[in-house]
Design a protein around this ligand. Structure first.
Ligand SMILES: [Zn+2]
Length: 190
């Protein structure tokens, strides 16, 4: 188990790799600030999906698509420790239980605020919806720009990566997928 003190010391070592005098004023408290910011950007390690999706309500016969679109998120690429950010569209079709809409945003945060790749976030959200809500279908579409590709390597500023995970009726039925895509595109025209 690495202590907070050891983590700060490690940041100090990295600073020393860059500059011979990491004790200068501007860098003095940088290790402390970096670890503070890590507590925030990696807070997904402290939450769990069962708690987030636990409180459900009777759907009262509603059997259409529930979609929360354009959920902005920030995550960190596990290969380069570079940020990547974008938006997620999360949908499900309830069987008899619905969940408070903010929980869909929280489940995105749970997955984004960790060391990640975009594919795993996409699948993880869909899995959690299926496991906890047993819906007729679940769908997750994520569009993101990756810092590790913008600032280094191939240096593509505007490339957007899209991933999708379709479960249940969204996987089986073209009609369900088409309706979902229409709803997402409508929500972007508002
Ligand atoms: Zn990367």
């Amino acid at each position: 188990m690495t202590t907070r003190e050891q983590a700060e010391e490690a940041v100090h070592t990295l600073l020393q790799y860059l500059e011979s005098n990491p004790k200068r004023e501007g860098l003095m408290r940088t290790p402390e600030r970096v670890i503070d910011s890590w507590d925030e950007i990696f807070s997904g390690y402290k939450t769990n999906p069962e708690d987030i999706l636990e409180a459900t309500f009777n759907a009262e016969g509603y059997d259409g698509i529930v979609l929360l679109s354009n959920i902005e998120f920030h995550s960190t690429c596990e290969h380069h420790l570079q940020p990547f950010s974008g938006k997620a569209h999360v949908a499900y079709i309830p069987v008899d239980r619905i969940v408070g809409i903010s929980k869909l945003a929280r489940i995105v945060e749970h997955h984004a605020l960790r060391l990640q790749n975009q594919e795993r976030i996409t699948n993880g959200i869909a899995n959690d919806l299926v496991d906890n809500l047993s819906p007729l279908g679940a769908a997750v579409i994520i569009q993101a720009a990756h810092g590790c590709m913008r600032c280094r390597g191939v240096k593509k500023q505007n490339a957007i990566m899209t991933t999708s995970s379709m479960r249940g009726v969204f996987f089986d039925k073209q009609e369900a997928r088409s309706e979902l895509m229409q709803l997402i595109s409508n929500s972007n025209q508002r």
